[in-house]
Design a protein around this ligand. Structure first.
Ligand code: FAD
Length: 519
């Protein structure tokens, strides 16, 4: 206890000194002011740094389509050195200019933007002939951080190997998801993507390159994982691999009782050698049971599912998967049958599919292409993602799913709710998670129109306020906070470490300003 308080005092002292140094430095040198547009003529960046309106416009928006934040220029690097040089230039300038790595721009609230600074278009570095090296013996892949997970999967599958931890949607960059966490139905068993990385190359906000791992420059390694782009630009990640399964038995079970639903979910994630994937979702009275994220239910069953939703107003879907291949094809059916018998879903509402491993992992792509063909992909996405401690989840069901959501009657689209085990995460990483052993990921993945997205945003605020008033200790995932107080609350006792690391690796606050943590 005493040593904790002594350490806090030292932290505070260090932070105050660093703040004073940072505040004083720009004041004395403010007049020599190279801005990004002044470096356009810089030979090192010829042809790579652009102010073309099409580039600026596309860097100003993201998947969320609720913000427009214009950079002064966009860097299209062709090598890691281009990024290092620009970061060094910014660091050596007085004042420096801000810089944000943009992976695939699939953030929902301007997190990859850099107002009046430079957006680094990481995807311009992708070279299909290099950028991934797979070690069969070491069971890992060294991947350029600008690669999409689907590209990583395609390459590793050529050798019969695969990463183990995924996101639901694979058209996201390695660097982008490692800056958050990378969660999906595999997280309860394998941990998030950030715990399945063995080594990284990172360029810090001082323009210094470092290779880091849990044994080498470990503080930088853990800072960058889930670090919201605040400590460095990740250029390479070594991702753990396993032998790829061939196929997936993919089941859904419908529940009307939330406590039965969560009891079954929690039991299943406590079994160490059971399922390979577990998620869950909330189904509301909004037409057909499928949504853009997946087309699953047999059309012949739509009517009776819809009528159950209409009767109950809110029902729940447990979604589980067991992978298999030649060696397990004879036992998997029996195993899944036993599983079905042990669950408390509404009898008669069990669904089963048998698909290839690739089709299962890439399941959201079909929905994306269909929305794109109808012009409904590039629309506002006022998303809200939360981590809710297990002890609060039934209060959440009562107050939010059956309270706010039913009352406002505007939410449609996927609403996810599934648990994960805290012991599969690592406290040294920057990602903020609840303290309890089990916590739930809850995601409201909304699509809106340009003239009505604010209604959803207001609903998001209402949900957050409900959680705060009820002291539920809910933490946002893919977080957005409009003030620094919000960030201090977000990180809780880990805020001091986050701040110390910021002063250590990006003392001039150059990196990822769109996260809105350090104004
Ligand atoms: P960007 O949006 O480009 O960047 C995100 C942040 O990371 C920014 O702050 C940026 O500056 C920083 N950054 C980007 N690249 C680097 C780098 N190389 N080094 C350092 N910082 C960097 N997330 C999940 O966890 N699970 C899901 O199942 C899931 N599903 C999704 C489905 C869809 C349709 C969408 C749009 C998003 C989904 N997400 C999911 C969220 C997604 O993981 C994040 O939005 C992620 O940041 C997007 O990756 P990106 O490559 O587009 O990153």
């Amino acid at each position: 206890m005493a040593s904790n308080s002594f350490r806090s005092q030292i932290h505070l002292g260090v932070i105050i000194i660093l703040i004073i140094i940072t505040l004083l430095t720009p004041i004395t040198t403010y007049n020599t002011s190279p801005q990004p547009w002044n470096i356009l003529s810089h030979d090192d960046f010829a042809g790579k740094l652009t102010t073309a309106s099409s580039s600026i416009e596309s860097a100003a928006t993201d998947f969320g389509h609720v913000t427009k934040i214009f950079p002064s220029a966009v860097l299209n690097p062709s090598s890691v050195e281009d990024i290092t040089d620009l970061l060094k230039l910014s660091y050596d300038s007085q004042p420096s200019f801000t810089l944000a790595a943009r992976g695939h721009g699939h953030s929902h609230r301007g997190q990859a933007s850099a107002k009046d600074g430079v957006v680094v278009n990481m995807r311009s570095m992708v070279n299909r002939d290099r950028g991934i090296k797979v070690s069969r013996t070491g069971l890992y892949a060294d991947v350029d951080a600008a690669w999409l997970w689907i590209e990583v999967l395609n390459k590793t599958l050529e050798l019969g190997l695969t990463p183990v931890s995924w996101t639901d949607y694979l058209y996201l960059t390695v660097g982008g998801t490692l800056s958050n966490a990378g969660i999906s139905g595999q997280t309860f068993r394998y941990g998030p993507q950030i715990t399945n990385v063995q080594e990284m190359d990172v360029i810090t906000g001082k323009g210094e390159s470092a290779t880091c791992s849990k044994d080498m420059n470990s503080d930088l390694f853990f800072a960058a994982l889930g670090g919201l782009g605040q400590f460095g630009i990740i250029t390479r990640a070594r991702i753990k691999l396993e032998v790829a399964p061939k196929r997936a038995k993919w089941f859904r079970f419908l529940y009307i009782d939330f406590s039965e639903f969560t009891r079954d979910q929690e039991r299943l994630i406590s079994e160490t050698d059971g399922l390979d994937f577990l998620e869950g979702s909330v189904m509301l009275d909004r037409g057909p049971p499928d949504n853009w994220r997946s087309t699953y239910y047999p059309p012949s069953d739509h009517l009776r599912i819809v009528s159950m939703v209409k009767r109950r107003r809110v029902i729940y879907c447990l979604e589980v998967v067991k992978y298999y291949d030649e060696t397990s094809q004879y036992t998997v059916n029996e195993e899944m049958e036993e599983l079905g018998e042990s669950l408390n879903f509404v009898k008669g509402f069990m669904y089963e599919k048998d698909v290839t491993y690739m089709d299962f992992l890439n399941r959201v792509r079909t929905g994306e292409l269909s929305l794109k063909s109808k012009g409904q992909w590039d629309v506002p996405h006022p998303w809200l993602n939360l981590f809710v401690p297990k002890s609060q989840i039934s209060k959440f069901d009562h107050g939010v799913f059956k309270g706010i959501i039913l009352r406002n009657n505007i939410t449609s689209g996927p609403v996810l709710v599934y648990p994960m085990n805290r012991n599969k995460w690592n406290d040294r990483m920057s990602a903020a998670i609840p303290e309890e052993d089990v916590f739930y990921a809850v995601g409201f993945l909304r699509s809106a129109d340009f003239d009505d997205w604010e209604a959803y945003d207001r609903e998001n605020m209402e949900i957050l306020k409900f959680c705060e008033d009820a002291n539920m200790r809910v933490i946002q995932y893919l977080p957005y906070h409009s003030s620094q107080e919000g960030w201090v609350r977000h990180f809780g006792p880990r805020w001091n470490i986050f701040l110390e690391r910021k002063y250590k690796y990006d003392p001039k606050m150059i990196l990822s300003p769109g996260q809105n943590i350090f104004q």
